[in-house]
Design a protein. Sequence first.
Length: 132
Amino acid sequence: IHGRRLGLDSNEYLGGPKGFIQPIETISSTAASQTLAPNGISLITATNASTNAALAMTLTAPVPGIFKTISQLSTSTAGYAVALASGVFVTSASSALTTFTFTASNQHLHLLGQSTGAFMVLSQQSTMLVGS
């Protein structure tokens, strides 16, 4: 490593780059069986025309220490259900949740891979529906 760009600074703290580029995936299709990556940012822009059922998506298993953000940007209020392929969502209220449903535009879910079987929920909108 050359210089102080990616090494120890004068106070012995590990220095690093200014930031990290997060992969961004856009879900614009209403096709069944959408799969979300366990890392980066997922932007849901698809319009769910159904008034009876939530559009189902599957979030692949978590990677420990990796952050995940899911944002519902569509104006549709029919619902977008995100279920885990395996494992659970851990919140302050429960450690056995397997589904979150986005019910309005501009809802966000911030997650951290706690283990290969659990996503820790860092923040969510209170209006989101949670299920087991």
